[in-house]
Design a protein. Structure first.
Length: 305
Protein backbone atom coordinates (compact mmCIF):
# COMPACT_ATOMS: atom_id res chain seq x y z
CA UNK A 1 0.00 0.00 0.00
CA UNK A 2 1.45 3.34 -1.05
CA UNK A 3 1.85 6.07 1.52
CA UNK A 4 -0.75 8.85 1.39
CA UNK A 5 1.75 11.66 0.85
CA UNK A 6 1.20 15.05 2.40
CA UNK A 7 2.69 18.35 1.22
CA UNK A 8 5.39 19.34 3.70
CA UNK A 9 7.87 17.68 6.02
CA UNK A 10 9.56 19.61 8.81
CA UNK A 11 13.33 19.12 8.62
CA UNK A 12 15.90 20.81 10.87
CA UNK A 13 13.62 23.77 11.54
CA UNK A 14 12.10 24.31 8.09
CA UNK A 15 9.10 23.02 6.17
CA UNK A 16 10.28 21.42 2.94
CA UNK A 17 8.21 19.85 0.14
CA UNK A 18 7.59 16.10 0.78
CA UNK A 19 9.71 14.95 -2.20
CA UNK A 20 12.67 17.10 -1.12
CA UNK A 21 12.93 15.69 2.41
CA UNK A 22 15.74 13.32 1.41
CA UNK A 23 18.95 12.17 3.07
CA UNK A 24 22.34 10.91 1.82
CA UNK A 25 22.90 7.16 1.30
CA UNK A 26 25.93 7.40 3.59
CA UNK A 27 23.89 8.73 6.50
CA UNK A 28 25.19 7.12 9.68
CA UNK A 29 21.77 5.94 10.84
CA UNK A 30 21.07 4.17 7.55
CA UNK A 31 24.14 1.98 8.13
CA UNK A 32 24.14 1.58 11.90
CA UNK A 33 20.60 2.24 13.10
CA UNK A 34 21.65 5.33 15.07
CA UNK A 35 18.27 7.02 15.15
CA UNK A 36 15.30 7.33 17.50
CA UNK A 37 11.73 8.14 16.62
CA UNK A 38 8.14 8.50 17.74
CA UNK A 39 4.74 7.50 16.41
CA UNK A 40 1.83 9.76 17.32
CA UNK A 41 -1.71 10.29 16.08
CA UNK A 42 -3.69 13.44 15.48
CA UNK A 43 -7.46 12.90 15.77
CA UNK A 44 -10.38 14.99 14.59
CA UNK A 45 -12.60 16.01 17.49
CA UNK A 46 -15.95 17.72 17.67
CA UNK A 47 -14.13 21.01 18.23
CA UNK A 48 -11.13 20.67 15.92
CA UNK A 49 -8.14 18.37 15.69
CA UNK A 50 -5.94 17.33 18.60
CA UNK A 51 -2.61 15.55 18.75
CA UNK A 52 -2.88 12.76 21.30
CA UNK A 53 -0.43 13.03 24.24
CA UNK A 54 1.96 15.08 22.12
CA UNK A 55 4.03 16.37 25.03
CA UNK A 56 4.44 12.84 26.45
CA UNK A 57 5.62 11.56 23.09
CA UNK A 58 8.15 14.35 22.67
CA UNK A 59 9.43 13.80 26.20
CA UNK A 60 9.88 10.11 25.40
CA UNK A 61 11.76 11.09 22.22
CA UNK A 62 14.12 13.25 24.28
CA UNK A 63 14.59 10.32 26.68
CA UNK A 64 15.38 8.00 23.78
CA UNK A 65 18.04 10.54 22.66
CA UNK A 66 19.42 10.54 26.19
CA UNK A 67 19.73 6.74 26.31
CA UNK A 68 21.23 6.66 22.80
CA UNK A 69 23.59 9.59 23.58
CA UNK A 70 22.25 11.54 20.60
CA UNK A 71 22.89 15.25 21.26
CA UNK A 72 19.61 16.73 20.05
CA UNK A 73 19.47 20.53 20.25
CA UNK A 74 15.68 20.88 20.17
CA UNK A 75 13.64 20.77 23.36
CA UNK A 76 10.41 18.78 23.74
CA UNK A 77 8.50 22.11 23.68
CA UNK A 78 10.12 23.12 20.38
CA UNK A 79 9.28 19.75 18.83
CA UNK A 80 5.69 20.09 20.06
CA UNK A 81 5.44 23.48 18.32
CA UNK A 82 7.07 22.09 15.17
CA UNK A 83 4.53 19.23 15.08
CA UNK A 84 1.60 21.62 15.31
CA UNK A 85 3.15 23.76 12.57
CA UNK A 86 3.57 20.70 10.33
CA UNK A 87 0.03 19.37 10.85
CA UNK A 88 -1.37 22.85 10.15
CA UNK A 89 0.76 23.40 7.02
CA UNK A 90 -0.52 20.11 5.61
CA UNK A 91 -4.15 21.02 6.37
CA UNK A 92 -4.88 17.53 7.73
CA UNK A 93 -7.72 16.88 10.17
CA UNK A 94 -6.46 13.41 11.09
CA UNK A 95 -3.00 12.02 10.56
CA UNK A 96 -0.14 9.96 11.91
CA UNK A 97 2.91 11.92 13.08
CA UNK A 98 6.43 10.50 12.73
CA UNK A 99 9.22 12.56 14.34
CA UNK A 100 12.73 11.15 13.90
CA UNK A 101 16.11 12.20 15.28
CA UNK A 102 19.00 10.54 13.47
CA UNK A 103 22.72 10.64 12.87
CA UNK A 104 23.15 12.05 9.38
CA UNK A 105 25.89 12.18 6.78
CA UNK A 106 29.45 12.95 7.86
CA UNK A 107 31.37 9.92 9.08
CA UNK A 108 31.55 6.23 8.16
CA UNK A 109 33.01 4.73 11.33
CA UNK A 110 30.81 3.26 14.01
CA UNK A 111 31.76 6.18 16.29
CA UNK A 112 28.94 8.66 15.50
CA UNK A 113 30.60 11.70 17.07
CA UNK A 114 31.25 13.47 13.79
CA UNK A 115 27.90 12.77 12.19
CA UNK A 116 25.41 15.65 12.34
CA UNK A 117 22.14 15.11 14.19
CA UNK A 118 19.18 15.64 11.88
CA UNK A 119 15.59 16.02 13.00
CA UNK A 120 12.48 15.57 10.88
CA UNK A 121 8.74 15.43 11.46
CA UNK A 122 6.50 13.88 8.81
CA UNK A 123 2.71 13.63 8.90
CA UNK A 124 0.38 11.69 6.63
CA UNK A 125 -3.08 10.11 6.75
CA UNK A 126 -2.78 6.54 8.07
CA UNK A 127 -5.79 4.31 8.72
CA UNK A 128 -6.06 1.41 11.18
CA UNK A 129 -2.54 -0.10 11.38
CA UNK A 130 -3.67 -3.74 11.50
CA UNK A 131 -6.76 -3.11 9.36
CA UNK A 132 -10.20 -1.68 10.14
CA UNK A 133 -11.65 -5.18 10.49
CA UNK A 134 -9.03 -6.12 13.09
CA UNK A 135 -10.39 -3.50 15.50
CA UNK A 136 -13.59 -5.52 15.69
CA UNK A 137 -12.68 -9.12 14.87
CA UNK A 138 -9.18 -9.21 16.27
CA UNK A 139 -6.02 -10.57 14.70
CA UNK A 140 -4.22 -13.88 14.59
CA UNK A 141 -0.98 -13.68 16.51
CA UNK A 142 1.91 -16.10 16.81
CA UNK A 143 4.78 -16.37 19.29
CA UNK A 144 8.04 -15.50 17.60
CA UNK A 145 11.08 -17.76 17.61
CA UNK A 146 13.08 -14.50 17.77
CA UNK A 147 13.62 -13.13 21.27
CA UNK A 148 13.10 -9.53 22.33
CA UNK A 149 16.38 -7.68 22.80
CA UNK A 150 17.27 -7.58 26.49
CA UNK A 151 17.53 -4.42 28.58
CA UNK A 152 21.32 -4.68 28.21
CA UNK A 153 21.37 -5.17 24.44
CA UNK A 154 19.46 -2.54 22.46
CA UNK A 155 17.21 -1.36 25.31
CA UNK A 156 13.53 -1.76 24.42
CA UNK A 157 12.95 1.29 26.65
CA UNK A 158 14.25 3.58 23.89
CA UNK A 159 12.42 3.79 20.59
CA UNK A 160 15.47 3.27 18.40
CA UNK A 161 15.40 2.64 14.67
CA UNK A 162 17.86 -0.24 15.24
CA UNK A 163 15.32 -2.09 17.41
CA UNK A 164 13.06 -2.59 14.46
CA UNK A 165 15.36 -5.14 12.84
CA UNK A 166 14.22 -7.36 15.72
CA UNK A 167 10.60 -6.42 14.97
CA UNK A 168 11.04 -7.01 11.23
CA UNK A 169 12.44 -10.52 11.79
CA UNK A 170 9.49 -11.37 14.01
CA UNK A 171 6.90 -9.73 11.74
CA UNK A 172 8.10 -11.54 8.61
CA UNK A 173 8.21 -14.86 10.45
CA UNK A 174 4.68 -14.29 11.77
CA UNK A 175 3.38 -13.46 8.30
CA UNK A 176 5.09 -16.51 6.80
CA UNK A 177 3.20 -18.64 9.33
CA UNK A 178 -0.13 -17.02 8.49
CA UNK A 179 -0.29 -14.67 11.49
CA UNK A 180 -0.85 -10.95 11.38
CA UNK A 181 1.33 -10.07 14.35
CA UNK A 182 4.05 -11.62 16.48
CA UNK A 183 4.29 -11.88 20.25
CA UNK A 184 7.89 -11.41 21.36
CA UNK A 185 9.16 -13.22 24.44
CA UNK A 186 12.17 -11.94 26.35
CA UNK A 187 15.30 -14.03 26.96
CA UNK A 188 13.74 -15.39 30.18
CA UNK A 189 10.75 -16.63 28.18
CA UNK A 190 8.25 -14.11 29.52
CA UNK A 191 5.91 -12.20 27.24
CA UNK A 192 7.33 -8.82 26.22
CA UNK A 193 5.32 -7.10 23.49
CA UNK A 194 4.31 -7.12 19.82
CA UNK A 195 6.56 -5.90 17.00
CA UNK A 196 5.04 -2.40 17.33
CA UNK A 197 2.58 -2.76 20.19
CA UNK A 198 2.33 -3.46 23.91
CA UNK A 199 0.24 -6.41 25.04
CA UNK A 200 -2.46 -6.91 27.68
CA UNK A 201 -4.56 -9.88 28.76
CA UNK A 202 -7.80 -10.19 30.72
CA UNK A 203 -8.70 -13.01 33.09
CA UNK A 204 -11.67 -13.08 35.46
CA UNK A 205 -12.25 -9.37 35.01
CA UNK A 206 -8.65 -8.41 35.83
CA UNK A 207 -6.26 -6.90 33.29
CA UNK A 208 -2.58 -7.92 33.33
CA UNK A 209 0.33 -6.53 31.35
CA UNK A 210 4.09 -7.15 31.53
CA UNK A 211 6.08 -4.68 33.66
CA UNK A 212 8.49 -2.33 31.87
CA UNK A 213 11.35 -4.20 33.56
CA UNK A 214 10.52 -7.28 31.45
CA UNK A 215 11.97 -5.36 28.50
CA UNK A 216 9.30 -3.37 26.67
CA UNK A 217 8.76 0.10 25.32
CA UNK A 218 6.90 2.09 27.99
CA UNK A 219 3.98 2.65 25.64
CA UNK A 220 1.93 5.79 25.85
CA UNK A 221 -1.17 3.90 24.71
CA UNK A 222 -0.31 1.28 27.37
CA UNK A 223 -0.29 4.01 30.00
CA UNK A 224 -3.53 5.40 28.56
CA UNK A 225 -5.27 2.01 28.69
CA UNK A 226 -4.16 1.49 32.30
CA UNK A 227 -5.69 4.86 33.19
CA UNK A 228 -8.91 4.18 31.25
CA UNK A 229 -9.26 0.77 32.93
CA UNK A 230 -8.79 2.31 36.38
CA UNK A 231 -11.46 4.91 35.58
CA UNK A 232 -13.79 2.08 34.51
CA UNK A 233 -13.06 0.33 37.85
CA UNK A 234 -11.32 -2.56 36.11
CA UNK A 235 -8.30 -3.71 38.15
CA UNK A 236 -4.93 -3.68 36.34
CA UNK A 237 -1.81 -5.53 37.46
CA UNK A 238 1.68 -5.43 36.01
CA UNK A 239 3.12 -8.95 36.18
CA UNK A 240 5.36 -11.23 34.15
CA UNK A 241 3.28 -13.35 31.78
CA UNK A 242 4.01 -16.66 30.09
CA UNK A 243 2.68 -17.79 26.74
CA UNK A 244 0.37 -20.21 28.60
CA UNK A 245 -1.15 -17.23 30.42
CA UNK A 246 -2.02 -15.77 27.02
CA UNK A 247 -3.32 -19.09 25.63
CA UNK A 248 -5.79 -19.43 28.50
CA UNK A 249 -6.77 -15.76 28.85
CA UNK A 250 -10.34 -14.54 28.40
CA UNK A 251 -9.15 -11.65 26.22
CA UNK A 252 -5.85 -10.44 24.78
CA UNK A 253 -5.24 -7.05 23.21
CA UNK A 254 -2.45 -5.06 21.59
CA UNK A 255 -2.03 -1.32 22.13
CA UNK A 256 0.00 1.30 20.29
CA UNK A 257 -0.25 4.69 18.64
CA UNK A 258 -0.46 3.02 15.23
CA UNK A 259 -2.40 -0.10 16.34
CA UNK A 260 -4.61 1.81 18.83
CA UNK A 261 -6.58 -0.88 20.74
CA UNK A 262 -6.57 -4.08 18.66
CA UNK A 263 -8.04 -7.33 20.02
CA UNK A 264 -6.30 -10.67 19.49
CA UNK A 265 -8.47 -13.49 18.13
CA UNK A 266 -5.95 -16.32 18.52
CA UNK A 267 -2.35 -17.00 19.51
CA UNK A 268 -0.49 -19.98 18.02
CA UNK A 269 -3.86 -21.48 17.00
CA UNK A 270 -5.26 -21.23 20.55
CA UNK A 271 -8.60 -19.44 20.23
CA UNK A 272 -8.96 -16.37 22.41
CA UNK A 273 -12.13 -15.20 20.74
CA UNK A 274 -11.61 -11.67 19.47
CA UNK A 275 -13.02 -8.56 21.08
CA UNK A 276 -14.41 -9.46 24.50
CA UNK A 277 -16.44 -7.18 26.77
CA UNK A 278 -13.50 -5.55 28.57
CA UNK A 279 -11.56 -4.90 25.37
CA UNK A 280 -14.73 -3.44 23.86
CA UNK A 281 -15.33 -1.14 26.83
CA UNK A 282 -11.74 0.12 26.73
CA UNK A 283 -11.68 0.48 22.96
CA UNK A 284 -14.94 2.47 22.97
CA UNK A 285 -13.72 4.76 25.70
CA UNK A 286 -10.39 5.19 23.89
CA UNK A 287 -11.98 6.27 20.61
CA UNK A 288 -14.46 8.58 22.39
CA UNK A 289 -11.62 10.10 24.41
CA UNK A 290 -9.33 10.80 21.43
CA UNK A 291 -12.29 12.46 19.71
CA UNK A 292 -12.59 14.82 22.69
CA UNK A 293 -15.81 13.40 24.16
CA UNK A 294 -14.54 12.98 27.73
CA UNK A 295 -13.70 16.28 29.42
CA UNK A 296 -11.65 14.52 32.14
CA UNK A 297 -8.97 13.58 29.58
CA UNK A 298 -8.74 17.04 27.97
CA UNK A 299 -5.12 17.39 29.16
CA UNK A 300 -4.13 14.53 26.84
CA UNK A 301 -5.38 16.37 23.75
CA UNK A 302 -3.06 18.98 22.27
CA UNK A 303 -5.12 21.28 20.05
CA UNK A 304 -3.81 22.01 16.56
CA UNK A 305 -5.79 25.23 16.12
N1 LIG B 1 6.17 -1.43 21.55
C1 LIG B 1 6.80 -1.20 20.38
C2 LIG B 1 7.93 -2.07 20.01
C3 LIG B 1 6.38 -0.16 19.55
O1 LIG B 1 7.00 0.05 18.40
C4 LIG B 1 5.28 0.63 19.93
C5 LIG B 1 4.80 1.75 19.06
C6 LIG B 1 4.64 0.35 21.15
C7 LIG B 1 5.12 -0.69 21.95
C8 LIG B 1 3.47 1.15 21.65
O2 LIG B 1 3.88 2.42 22.07
P1 LIG B 1 2.92 3.67 22.03
O3 LIG B 1 1.66 3.27 22.65
O4 LIG B 1 3.64 4.70 22.82
O5 LIG B 1 2.74 4.05 20.61
N2 LIG B 1 5.07 1.62 17.71
C9 LIG B 1 5.00 2.72 16.77
C10 LIG B 1 3.62 3.35 16.73
O6 LIG B 1 3.51 4.43 16.20
C11 LIG B 1 5.42 2.25 15.42
C12 LIG B 1 4.58 1.20 14.81
C13 LIG B 1 4.78 1.01 13.36
O7 LIG B 1 2.64 2.75 17.18
Amino acid sequence: MALAESEFIWKNGELVPWAEATTHVLSHSLHYGSGVFEGIRCYKGDEGSNVFRLVDHMERLINSCKIALIPVTYTAEELVAATVETVKANKLEECYVRPIVYRGYGTMGVDPTNAPVDVAIAVWPWGAYLGEEALEKGIKAGTSSWRQRSNNAIPPYMKATASYMNSILAKLEAKAHGYEEAVMLNEQGYVAEGTGENIFMVRDGIISTPPVSDGILPGITRDTVIQLACDLDIPVIEESLTRSDLYTADEVLFTGSAAEVTPVASIDEREIGGRGPITKAIQERFFEMVAGRHAEYADWLYPVA
